[in-house]
Design a protein around this ligand. Structure first.
Ligand code: SF4
Length: 238
């Protein structure tokens, strides 16, 4: 079994197959790790739904975790419910931060996301994911190279130095068009905010619609020099 401490070595997946290597990577993941030793951390954007559909072809009762910051749009909870109905064997867990939004305001002041979004993300996303991954060897993510410059270096299998786990990105090579083609061809449910100019959807205080010519993630933390929530830092291919 490949662990964070190991050299990743030669792993070859065919990027030219029908799913651009995604099903091969997922098959490898569930042959390599017991299904209790791996989770998919999903934000339930359109990439997430495509990846769930592919995941269930390999392991119908895989575990999917959602970082429930309690600052998500209602549309995001609606799509989670649709996914639960469509994939009844999937284990979907909502991961809670230690502090409620109110407790966070009492401890750090109101609207921490406006003054210190990195700390807010740390409390509501990074720490909860770290705890979730404690007894896991690997996690799956829906990152794609094309999403932004900060994600260009992503490979199928990565060493995640932040969480000290193997991080698997099956759809790393998919384009935005390919994601939507797959979603439409397979009649997948999706977050209705995608139809209202939101290509990337996170917490409501930090997500805005974007213009067509903008980067797909430019609506996140608009006006701030923050590009990532902190879950995808310090990831290198060995
Ligand atoms: S995305 Fe915004 S509201 Fe959500 S955890 Fe990060 S800073 Fe807080």
């Amino acid at each position: 079994m490949l662990t964070y401490e190991d050299e990743i070595g030669e792993l070859t997946f065919d990027k030219k197959d029908e799913t651009k290597g995604a099903l091969q990577v997922l098959n490898w993941a569930f042959e390599t790790y017991d299904k209790d030793a791996i989770v998919y951390a999903c934000s339930f954007g359109i990439e997430g739904i495509v990846l769930i559909d592919l995941l269930t072809k390999v392991e119908s009762s895989a575990t999917v975790v959602f970082l429930n910051t309690h600052l998500h749009f209602q549309e995001t909870y609606d799509v989670i419910n649709s996914v639960k109905e469509k994939y009844p064997y999937l284990v979907i867990k909502l991961i809670e931060p230690e502090l409620s939004v109110e407790e966070q305001a009492n401890q750090y002041g109101e609207k921490l996301w406006e003054r210190n979004p990195s700390l807010c993300c740390h409390l509501r996303k990074v720490d909860p994911l770290r705890k979730t991954l404690q007894n896991k060897y690997a996690w799956i993510s829906g990152l794609r190279k094309e999403q932004s410059l900060t994600r260009e270096h992503i490979q199928f299998i990565n060493q995640d130095h932040q969480f000290k786990k193997i991080k698997i990105c099956p759809i790393a090579h998919w384009t935005w068009k390919e994601i939507w083609r797959y979603a439409h061809n397979n009649h997948l449910p999706y977050n209705k905010l995608h139809d209202q100019g939101y290509p990337s959807i996170g917490c409501f205080p930090c997500t805005s619609p974007t213009c067509q010519e903008e980067d797909l993630r430019s609506g996140r933390w608009k006006g701030k020099d923050k590009l990532e929530c902190g879950l995808h830092e310090n990831v290198r291919r060995s």
